[in-house]
Design a protein around this ligand. Structure first.
Ligand code: SF4
Length: 217
């Protein structure tokens, strides 16, 4: 089976398993999504979803967030971890949105990446999930699964993104990003491969004898 055939099978199977994958982070618009994604760094989505209602009750738009004291933001988001850095980034990026983007989140990759606390992955998630622009955000889970499915050599997250974009049709990128994450959570945990038992690996690698070793993101 070629890599391309494997990718096509995986895409088909994931679509059957997760036909309409929901966005895991609760949000109401591009700004609340941006904040939720920023908070999700080294934190579970479930925890972020517990914290954001309280934060958005006090400020759910750039202008109000820019006015909220940094200490207050830190207090509310404490349980997400890295709260000093995240609070500083939330406050500063809200000020920049007000000062430079008419108080709106720009639908532009470079402008998003220029915001404090917003890296390539966060910007890609916002482009995909808030604006419906094709993007393939690669987090540590997607990086792991793409290696286990031998769709990339895993040299770097950037290389994995490049390889996945080459293998899958553009229109499927946004759903696939979520579908791979859901599959990883359900069947392919980070700590170890569950012993070559999942159907995707059984079908794609019938002769594989040992769990596939992967490089970290
Ligand atoms: S067999 Fe292992 S590597 Fe393959 S999908 Fe299942 S857990 Fe992941």
């Amino acid at each position: 089976m070629t890599k391309k055939e494997r990718a096509a099978y995986i895409a088909r199977r994931l679509k059957e398993l997760y036909p309409d994958p929901p966005i895991p982070l609760d949000h109401r618009d591009a700004f609340t999504l941006l904040i939720a994604v920023l908070l999700s760094a080294q934190c579970t989505d479930a925890r972020v979803n517990q914290v954001t209602p309280g934060l958005f009750e006090e400020a759910d738009n750039p202008a109000d967030m820019a006015e909220l004291p940094e200490e207050r933001i830190r207090e509310i988001i404490r349980s997400c971890g890295l709260s000093p850095q995240k609070a500083r980034a939330i406050k500063r990026l809200s000020q920049i949105l007000v000062e430079e983007h008419d108080g709106r989140v720009p639908a532009d990759m470079a402008a998003l990446e220029a915001l404090p606390g917003v890296g390539h992955k966060t910007a890609s998630v916002v482009m995909a999930q808030a604006f419906g622009e094709p993007a393939f955000p690669v987090d540590t889970h997607i990086h792991r699964l793409a290696q286990r499915w031998e769709l990339t050599n895993g040299k770097s997250v950037a290389q994995t993104e490049k390889d996945l974009k080459r293998l899958f049709p553009k229109k499927s990128w946004n759903d696939l990003h979520l579908q791979i994450i859901y599959y990883g959570r359900e069947f392919c945990p980070a700590r170890s491969c569950n012993g070559l038992t999942c159907e995707i690996c059984r079908y794609c690698f019938p002769n594989r004898k040992h769990p596939k070793k992967t490089r970290k993101a």
